[in-house]
Write a protein that binds this ligand. Structure first.
Ligand code: ATP
Ligand code: LTN
Length: 326
């Protein structure tokens, strides 16, 4: 079975956009691939974090994924910082990576522009990501398009290391999900629904209060027509609500348009809200049960214990080939 690995940063709350555009696909992958999922907590500290909040977000993120359908029997789920070999491998790889390569990364250029006092971790971030990937000889790395460049760098580093020290790493490939449905902001449907949006009125968080979700949907921006029709260009608000509706019901655009023929926008929004609330309340029920149990600790212990020896063996192999130690 081919292997995939993906890392999740424990920053911000998960939105309905994240679920429809990304988590759903990860849930599908678990039946096709030998899947590794980890919380990239060491990547998150490349920018300032509050320690107490970070700890809560790590547990919360694992529980959200489990509540959304990630099956711990089909995935190795672990926390990056609990497997110290990622950082060890990262250092060895840093010494096969050029400063110029890292300073040319788009994410680094964008993020370093925002502050004068950025850490060196922000620069070396992609090497730690390469270590995450190369430690397990994975075939594919499911990532958003913004992370593709980092996976390509991991390939360059792997190739360089293999050439210099002998065959050590498998070449990973980025797996960019088929154009997922982009969910837009309910208040400004020309913008992506984003967890870092300043105004949260247009953003549905999976952990939002159910009444708040209903209000957000009922006050979503629409248009002056009275026609439930899929036309993202001219009717972005209505088209976004249709996208949400069909994503959660599995219906087609045509079926949805037919169903709401002649409906006013209030009735249509109420139906969308019902569907979203039914989905979210199921997620929240499972999430709350997990938050109140120690099941997640067992899952994370098992993930850590499974992955540590694999990453350790890779580290030892590299160390030996590089002439380190006795
Ligand atoms: P930020 O506000 O920090 O940019 P975000 O909410 O946009 O965060 P990311 O962490 O950048 O989310 O993305 C995580 C995954 O969720 C990516 O695969 C991305 O494509 C997907 N995703 C995020 N927002 C949406 C959205 N509105 N519609 C569809 N997919 C989305
Ligand atoms: N950089 C990624 C998170 C991440 C990752 C990884 C993804 C860290 N290590 C390894 C895939 C493979 C992000 O910000 N989304």
């Amino acid at each position: 079975m081919e292997k995939i690995l993906t890392g999740l940063q424990p920053t911000g709350s998960i939105t309905l956009g994240n679920y429809i555009g990304s988590i759903r696909q990860v849930v599908e992958y678990q039946d096709k691939y030998d899947s590794y999922i980890f919380i990239a907590d060491m990547h998150s500290i490349t920018v300032p974090q509050d320690p107490k909040e970070l700890k809560e977000r790590i547990r919360s993120l694992v529980n959200i994924y489990l509540a959304c359908g990630i099956d711990p029997n089909k995935n190795k789920i672990f926390i990056q910082s609990e497997n110290e070999f990622h950082a060890n491998i990262s250092w060895l790889l840093e010494c096969s990576t050029y400063y110029g390569e890292l300073s040319r990364m788009t994410q680094f250029k964008d993020k370093s522009k925002k502050s004068q006092n950025f850490t060196s971790g922000l620069l070396t971030y992609p090497v730690l990501m390469a270590a995450d990937i190369l430690a397990y000889d994975v075939d594919y790395v499911p990532v958003g398009i913004d992370q593709k460049q980092h996976v390509e760098l991991a390939r360059d580093i792997a190739e360089r290391f293999n050439k210099k020290y002998g065959e050590t790493f498998k070449m990973p490939q980025p797996l960019i999900a088929k154009e997922g449905t982009k969910i837009t902001d309910l208040q400004d449907p020309t913008k992506k629904m984003s967890k870092s949006a300043e105004n949260k009125k247009g953003v549905i968080m999976l952990l939002d209060d159910l009444d708040v979700i209903r209000k957000k949907i009922m006050s979503a921006a629409t248009d002056s027509e009275m026609l439930v029709k899929y036309d993202p260009e001219n009717k972005p608000g209505i088209s976004n609500l249709i996208n949400i509706y069909i994503s959660l019901t599995g219906k087609t655009i045509e079926e949805a348009e037919k169903e709401f023929e002649g409906c006013n926008y209030g009735t249509f929004k109420k139906q969308v809200a019902d569907v979203v609330i039914e989905f979210v309340s199921g997620v929240q029920e499972r999430y709350n049960a997990l938050q109140n149990s120690n099941e997640v600790d067992k899952i994370l212990d098992a993930g850590r214990d499974y992955t540590r020896p694999i990453a350790k063996a890779k580290f030892e192999d590299m160390r030996k080939k590089m002439g380190l130690g006795r």
